[in-house]
Write a protein that binds this ligand. Structure first.
Ligand code: AKB
Length: 306
């Protein structure tokens, strides 16, 4: 039985449905701090900082896997650094401690491109390189990755993790991230609105389409245990583009679409992140291969939102 934290979030809502489809409605327990409607009868309220409640749920439902998605993201994190650290770290440590002492056999933890900073090669960030982030979210992900590695080495907890690029999907809206513009731009485009972009026109970031992101989680979690050699977090790559390039790709389908650039503090965050990630370890260890490129994603997004 699988428990998901942050099931109402951008990834959580889509991943919950995918896991329900794969394993059955009665095998997936979505949880969130607020009530969220899902197919089936199962849902529980859970504040991830409340370890007692997490233990209760794990025991009550005989949980064997936790997908820990609840977190505060990069842009929101900058306005509340200590709060963000508390939520992101205590949430993860509660999950890891519970996994160490209960029926939980496997944990999924999403890390992020936010672990990198300007000391690494930003054109193609290596799997093992300097991790000196400039956001509190990035700091919490670097520490989180190390905790995952530690619990794997010391306590044999089978925790698996991916460094996600910005995730783009039509199903849900992101909240509080730096890469969110790449979802919002499609909503503006199909509504015939001019898009006011907070990232400067040539600033590239790594991105992934939701369908590929969900498949990456499933494939990572289903890989044999001894295939997983990286116990911090795997670089995951799919595509990379700037606001100018995504706007041009939208204009090939919707020629009247307009964008104006109004960079704010999130542009500085984007500048400290890589353009692309080297995901050779994910390719080699568990066979990662993305399917969507920018043009295919744009076609699918506009079809689904239109
Ligand atoms: C964010 O922008 O904060 C997230 C991320 C890249 O982790 N989407």
């Amino acid at each position: 039985m699988i428990l998901i934290t942050g099931a109402g979030g951008q990834i959580g809502a889509v991943l919950t449905k995918a896991l329900q489809k794969r394993y059955g409605l009665d095998k997936v327990l979505p949880t969130d701090i607020r009530k969220v409607a899902f197919d089936g009868d199962l849902f529980e309220l859970l504040d991830i900082t409340d370890k007692t409640r997490l233990v209760e749920l794990v025991n009550q439902y005989q949980i064997t896997e936790i997908y820990h998605l609840a977190a505060v993201l990069s842009a929101t994190g900058e306005s509340r650094p200590v709060f963000t650290w508390d939520i992101n770290m205590s949430g993860l440590l509660n999950v890891l401690e519970v996994a160490r002492h209960t029926s939980v056999k496997k944990v999924f933890y999403p890390s992020s491109i936010a672990v990198f900073g300007e000391e690494t090669s930003l054109e193609l960030a290596p799997q093992f390189g300097a991790l000196i982030p400039t956001t509190v979210y990035g700091i919490s992900k670097v520490a989180g990755e190390s905790w995952c590695n530690y619990y794997s080495l010391k306590y044999n907890v089978d925790v698996r993790s991916l460094r996600f690029p910005g995730i783009i999907g039509h199903e849900t809206l992101p909240g509080g991230g730096t890469t969110d513009y790449a979802v919002e731009i499609y909503h503006a485009a199909v509504q015939g609105k001019t898009f006011h972009c907070y990232i400067s026109e040539n600033e590239k970031m790594p991105m992934i389409y939701m369908k590929d992101a969900i498949r990456s989680v499933m494939e990572l979690m289903e890989a044999p245990k001894d295939a997983i050699k990286v116990r911090t977090s795997y670089n995951l790559a799919a595509m990379s583009f700037s606001p100018k390039e995504i706007a041009a790709s939208i204009q090939r389908v919707l020629p009247d679409f307009k964008i104006v650039y109004e960079p704010d503090f999130r542009d500085d965050i984007a500048r400290s992140w890589p353009d692309q990630l080297d995901d050779a370890h994910a390719v080699r260890d568990w066979g990662w291969k993305p399917e969507f490129e920018l043009e295919g994603m744009t076609g699918d997004m506009i079809r689904c939102l239109g």
